[in-house]
Design a protein around this ligand. Structure first.
Ligand code: NAP
Length: 253
């Protein structure tokens, strides 16, 4: 029996990048995975295909986050997928991974940019957690993807880092609230991780980014996925409300 057989998982933002790596790993561990995306249906289909090719089971769920009704859209699509593929509407593992970066100089941040970052990176995850708890059995797992930028400075990402600070608070406070149900809530903070962005094909940029890690390379989605898979497993039952540095030592200074 695989570690996560008979479990269901939703990974938001798993059409690409880190989320895709997480979805693929949870699929390999035996979970039925709901692969969420906003607009890139082809990429989400590819994630599902990979999971199925590796012997797992998965389906796609579309919902643009950060817009009115986002959580309703996500929940309705997830419920339909779970009914079809699992025969019951239960979610054991929720990974909030979908997110957007800012890349805006401190002088240029506008209220509109700030509101958008908060809506996608902080508000949506909070209300996704709230809604998914209605179908999460005792012993469930919630993992929120934060960023090393809540610990090291990058002036281009002030607003983004603020939203990641906010998502970490879901872990702290919900962990206390959900302890009696055996549901754990943790934050995982990647450092620079190759998500397929063209910057990772530029040798000079790659060299600079690699220097940030104690290991002298950038992270790969599987580096983060393995940490998330551990937190999703029974082995991590005694860890809740934690901040897990998954930055390859980028926070060591
Ligand atoms: P990515 O490659 O840009 O992929 C983003 C994913 O989120 C895609 O699946 C995308 O769906 C989805 N998404 C984006 N905006 C959305 C929205 N408004 N509504 C619904 N879905 C949306 O991302 P990544 O670099 O792997 O990052 C994943 C997470 O890790 C993010 O939370 C990010 O902040 C965090 N992180 C990343 C790094 C890094 O270096 N990559 C470092 C630290 C933390 P579509 O494909 O449909 O657009």
């Amino acid at each position: 029996m695989s570690k996560l057989s008979n479990r269901t998982a939703l990974v938001t933002g798993s059409s690409r990048g880190i989320g895709r790596g997480i979805a693929e790993r949870l699929g390999r561990d035996g979970a039925l995975v709901a692969v969420h995306y906003a607009s890139n249906g082809e990429a989400a289909d590819q994630t599902v295909k990979t999971i199925i090719a590796e012997g797992g089971n998965a389906f796609t769920v579309q919902a643009e986050l950060g817009v009115p009704g986002d959580v309703d859209t996500l929940f309705d699509a997830l419920r339909a997928g779970l009914e079809q593929h699992a025969g019951k509407v239960e979610l054991d593992i929720l990974v909030n991974c979908a997110g957007i970066m800012g890349g805006v100089a401190p002088e240029d941040i506008t209220p509109e940019i700030f509101d958008r970052l908060v809506a996608v990176n902080a508000k949506a995850p909070l209300f996704i957690v709230q809604r998914m708890l209605s179908i999460m059995p005792d012993g469930g797992r919630i993992i929120n993807v934060s960023s090393g930028l809540t610990r090291v400075a990058n002036p281009q990402e002030i607003a983004y880092a603020m939203t990641k600070g906010a998502i970490e608070m879901i872990g702290l406070h919900y962990a206390r609230h959900l302890g009696p149900r055996g549901i754990t809530v943790n934050s995982v903070a990647p450092g620079v991780t190759n998500n397929g962005h063209p910057a990772f094909d530029n040798p000079e940029a790659l060299e600079q980014m690699s220097k940030l890690s104690a290991f002298g390379r950038v992270g790969e989605p599987r580096d983060i996925a393995d940490v998330v898979a551990f937190l999703a497993s029974d082995d991590a039952r005694w860890i809740t409300g934690a901040f897990i540095d998954a930055s390859g030592g980028s926070l060591l200074g």
